[in-house]
Design a protein around this ligand. Structure first.
Ligand code: 5AD
Ligand code: SF4
Length: 443
């Protein structure tokens, strides 16, 4: 008997997490229910990431495992997301794979699955210039029921030379703000207390009303609309781009106490030569100007970043420039990577991937080590202060402790004292590690 049990596994960024929720919504309408393990599933969908080679290698490993499962029973497997878009037919050559569906084709899934069940193998990877899934109410898969994502735009037009995203996610398009606000309201009414507005470059969000072209909404205005849903709903967003982050956004952040005082502002490198080669469209001076402006308008803002070590032709001097910039800004935390060449990108066509792997790894390790010291220093400055924390759940290490985040996105762990997730508490910080603040509730 057909039970229509679906297992979705998600890799990559928050956008993929959101997309899996869109997919679940679409498939629930065609009779699927989610299940917790692959052993129970009739259909496995794997939502994939292509950002670096190691992300893709993991997926191939998972497909091998699904194949062993397929040998035991009737089971269909679909590959979704960025890797589906990048590799298309190549994925179908894996014996486990029945369908390959790119990020703009999820509405087609019920049709595609029907064809697969009729014995076909299907690939649908057409990218769209308009699809935003605006009318689909995602079925949430988070475990906490407190924090959730809302996609406000899709695609990317930036064309950073190292990055695969524009090729796998297509052109940038913004979603109707009314549907975003409605989604935030629905989440709030369901008990959620934090929404994270997602886009590859939120600062270039721009909605033009098709019925009234003189009416438009930019990101600062959207942020305000979502903040007005309720003072008890925290609003986060990512990712900001240094070339586009406007003072208007900063002033809006400063105006609403429920907009989180955190900006994720990927710098990628501290060398002007590298930034130019990466086609980032800012230099170190411009980046530092944005940092000063953030600190001027939101003095207690947390600033986090992304850094790539060992991009094409990076010298020791370029690397030291990155190390210096990290110290100057004093990032609260960072995501740090070594450069991974992606076929099809401008960098892969124009610049040799000439930094030896050993050197990349060594530089990355230096960056990670330095960042860990800087994060610890930032966190130490919080000791003795009291922060309003939204409780997200029970600490993994100690069932008697809860954890949550400050407005600045710092994770705080503290004794529960009968409080529950979804509540706000004031936490006085007593000690810290480089990743966590430790404290207690003050009434
Ligand atoms: N190699 C390494 N890191 C990359 N990123 C994007 N493309 C690559 C690549 N080819 C990093 C950037 C980006 C983050 C999401 O991933 O730092 O901001
Ligand atoms: Fe997200 Fe980029 Fe990975 Fe796609 S390639 S899942 S957009 S991080």
């Amino acid at each position: 008997m057909e039970t229509n049990k679906l297992f979705i596994e998600t890799y990559g960024c928050q956008m993929n997490t959101y997309d899996s929720e869109v997919v679940l919504s679409i498939l629930q309408k065609s009779g699927y229910t989610i299940c917790e393990g692959i052993e129970e599933a009739d259909l496995i969908l794997i939502n994939t990431c292509s950002i670096r080679d190691n992300a893709e290698q993991r997926i191939w490993g998972r497909l091998d495992l699904f194949m062993t499962e397929k040998k035991k029973r009737r089971l269909y497997v679909g590959v979704l997301g960025c890797m589906a878009e990048r590799l298309k037919d190549q994925l179908l050559s894996h014996p486990a794979v029945d369908m390959v569906v790119g990020p703009d084709a999820y509405r087609e899934l019920p049709k595609i699955i029907a064809l697969v069940k009729a014995g076909h193998r299907e690939v649908e990877t057409t990218l769209s210039t308009s699809e935003t899934y605006a009318d689909i109410e995602p079925v949430r898969m988070d475990k906490n029921g407190v924090t959730s994502f809302i996609s406000i735009m899709r695609g990317c037009n930036n064309m950073c030379t190292y990055c695969i995203v524009p090729y796998v996610r297509g052109r940038e398009r913004s979603r109707d703000p009314h549907t975003i606000v409605e989604e935030a309201r629905t989440l709030f009414n369901a008990g959620y207390r934090e929404v994270n507005l997602l886009g590859q470059n939120v600062d270039s969000y721009l909605w033009k009303d098709p019925n009234n072209p003189t009416e438009s909404t930019n990101f600062a205005q959207l942020l305000e609309l979502v903040a007005l849903v309720s003072p008890d709903l925290r609003v986060r967003f990512s990712t900001s781009h240094p070339k586009d982050m406007s003072n208007g956004v900063l002033y809006t952040m400063a105006m609403y106490p429920n907009i989180c005082t955190h900006i994720h502002l990927p710098v990628q490198s501290g060398s002007d030569r590298m930034l130019e080669k990466m086609h980032r469209k800012y230099d170190v001076a411009k980046y530092m100007e944005r940092i000063s402006k953030i600190r001027e308008i939101i003095p207690d803002a947390s600033i986090t970043t992304d850094i790539i070590a060992g991009f094409c032709s990076e010298t020791e001097e370029d690397h030291q420039a990155t190390m210096k910039l990290m110290r100057e800004v004093g990032f609260d935390s960072a995501f740090m990577f070594q450069y991974s060449q992606r076929e099809g990108t401008v960098a892969s066509k124009k610049f040799p991937d000439d930094v030896p792997l050993q050197t990349k790894t060594r530089r990355l390790n230096e960056i990670i080590e330095q960042q860990s010291a800087i994060s610890l220093e930032c966190n130490r400055k919080c000791i003795g202060n009291t922060y309003r924390v939204l409780i997200e759940g029970t600490s993994k290490r100690d069932a008697g402790h809860l954890f949550g985040r400050t407005l600045g996105n710092k994770v705080c762990v503290f004794p529960a004292l009968g409080h529950k997730k979804g509540e706000y508490v004031d936490i006085k910080v007593e000690s810290c590690t480089s990743a966590t603040l430790l404290g207690y509730i003050v009434e």
